[in-house]
Design a protein around this ligand. Structure first.
Ligand SMILES: C[S@@+](CC[C@H](N)C(=O)[O-])C[C@H]1O[C@@H](n2cnc3c(N)ncnc32)[C@H](O)[C@@H]1O
Length: 509
């Protein structure tokens, strides 16, 4: 019995994000082309926004939809070629066969199936990545095509660069060669506000991508030009080789890569620093505490504690770090996720008693990960930041899994990295290329390009930070940006170092 609504489905929320945008429909239908006489599939037909606008009359169009209310609306269209199928496409797909000439789809994004259903999907499609729904709908739609068949989808752009979504890129490379990628701001979708900042219309054919293939790749994200006035000329094309070589690292437009390639010597953050995520206690309400007299602005799970009486603020010795604190002061300072001022003092602490450590080791959900980096001097970069990337100093503290701890191999880099990671270039130019979503996982952070300044540059950065400690971080804003501009401009004084000091592979990202 199929659900008449989301409430009855094994999928908790059907993610029914409809768009009325004529330019999006227009672009998708243009890329699909004339479907006269063809067999077409719409795996998530909704209320028929796409099937009702096709160019030409197909021989047959299978419109699959899970929601009974939409089925009633779809049945109001009455062309003889329309075959409305009330089904869960994720279940029905194998029975539909691989017989379609074309598939067009606006699938659900970020679907949340019940855990049992997700497990069933894993069993049914062991070779596909089932965790992101739009990717599964995309891959299954492509697999429903005859060899060479045409597909057009509108999906979030996260598959282009996300580390976790590499399986989608690999699939496209081997089974669904893209011919067109058009990226644009999600505001063009008009009707909804969801967690994806950018969307993408992707079109292609069911076969593997050949090195000599040309893929038209247009980025309209920063522009307001109508999607229907796009010109897919030679300047927008990248080769199959270009995409296949970047399948693991992420698909980034050549012009964007050029913008983050420095004229000065450069390296990546992962080359010069350890980038690690931290502790998850498994039960933050029980194990985390906040200063009850000066509560943090952002409320997260935790208990109010008497800071002077319960938090151990002195440096821990080796035994205490390994086996935990004894005595009344059982908490140590904790850095949690979220944007922090570069010099902020934390108002959070975590239970570091022997019993608590035992619980972190034993507890199913808890993760006592990367503990050799706890208490070290480094930078805290919040894992999630919708706006700019930020970094703050931390030392003698534990950091949680909402933070990527950045620990330079050479501590002399700390101040330079504090300035650089808080600078406009990283947020405005690097972040959108490496991590277009809100998530700054350790994998993205490691790939941030860094100018490979010499000792003189590091010393100047140290002096600026020293001044910022005295005068305040904000008051040094101009000085910091001017310093970074000089570094980007490859000012010789900042790069005075011996050739032998350059890391292997420096100079390119
Ligand atoms: C984003 S809407 C798009 C609908 C339509 N293609 C359009 O452009 O207006 C996604 C549709 O997929 C349907 N849907 C969600 N999960 C589904 C599933 N497992 N099988 C078939 N349809 C599904 C939802 O009910 C919704 O109507």
């Amino acid at each position: 019995m199929l659900p008449s609504s989301a409430a009855a489905s094994p999928i908790r929320d059907l993610r029914q994000f409809y768009t009325d945008s004529a330019e999006i429909h227009g672009l998708m239908l243009q890329l699909l082309g004339d479907v006269s006489g063809k067999s077409v599939l719409e795996p998530c037909a909704g209320r028929g926004a796409l099937v009702s606008r096709l160019d030409g009359s197909p021989s047959r169009l299978d419109a699959v939809e899970i929601d009974g209310r939409n089925i009633e609306i779809l049945k109001l269209y009455s062309p003889p070629w329309l075959n409305v199928i009330h089904a869960d496409f994720l279940e029905e797909c194998p029975t539909l066969g691989r017989s379609y000439d074309a598939v067009i789809c606006n699938p659900p994004y970020g679907l949340r199936p019940t855990p049992e259903y997700r497990l069933a999907l894993r069993h049914r499609y062991p070779d596909l990545y089932v965790t992101e729904s739009y990717g599964l709908f995309l891959c299954l739609g492509i697999r429903s095509l005859v060899p060479g068949g045409r597909y057009v989808y509108i999906v979030p752009d996260t598959f282009l660069t996300s580390h976790n979504l590499r399986p989608i890129r690999r699939f496209l490379l081997t089974e669904g060669a893209p011919t067109h990628i058009v990226r644009f701001s999600a505001t063009r979708f008009q009707t909804v506000d969801f967690n994806y900042g950018r969307l993408c219309v992707i079109a292609g054919n069911r076969h593997s991508l050949a090195n000599e293939d040309a893929v038209a790749w247009i980025d309209e994200a920063p522009s307001e030009r109508s999607l229907n006035s796009i010109c897919f000329d030679a300047s927008s094309r990248v080769s199959g080789t270009y995409l296949s070589e970047r399948t693991e690292a992420g698909w980034v437009q050549p012009s964007k890569i050029a913008a983050i390639n420095f004229s000065c010597p450069s390296t990546t953050l992962g080359e010069i620093a350890e980038c690690r995520t931290g502790l998850y206690t498994g039960d933050n309400l029980r194990f985390c505490g906040y200063n009850r007299d000066r509560p943090p602005a952002r409320r997260l799970n935790g208990q109010p504690i008497d800071w002077p009486a319960e938090v151990h603020l002195n440096r821990l010795d080796v035994k205490e770090r390994e086996h935990g604190l004894t005595g009344n002061k059982r908490f140590v300072p904790l850095i949690r996720g979220g944007c922090r001022h570069p010099f902020a003092e934390t108002r959070w602490a975590v239970d570091w008693s022997g019993e608590a450590l035992e619980a972190y080791r034993q507890k199913g959900k808890a993760r006592l990960q990367n503990r050799r980096f706890y208490f070290r001097r480094g930078l805290a970069v919040p894992m999630v930041s919708t706006g700019r990337l930020s970094a703050s100093l931390m030392s003698d503290a534990v950091f949680d899994q909402g933070v990527v701890g950045v620990f330079p191999h050479n501590e002399a880099w700390l101040e330079f990295l504090l300035i650089y990671l808080n600078g406009a270039f990283v947020s405005n130019t690097v972040k959108p290329v490496l991590s277009p979503g809100a998530n700054n996982s350790a994998n993205y952070i490691k790939r941030i390009p860094v100018p490979w300044v010499g000792p003189a540059g590091l010393e100047e950065a140290r002096q600026i930070v020293e001044q910022a400690v005295i005068d305040g971080w904000e008051s040094t804003a101009q000085m910091r940006e001017a310093f970074l501009r000089r570094a980007h401009a490859n000012e010789p004084a900042l790069f005075a170092f011996e050739e032998a000091e350059l890391p292997e592979g420096s100079g390119k990202v």
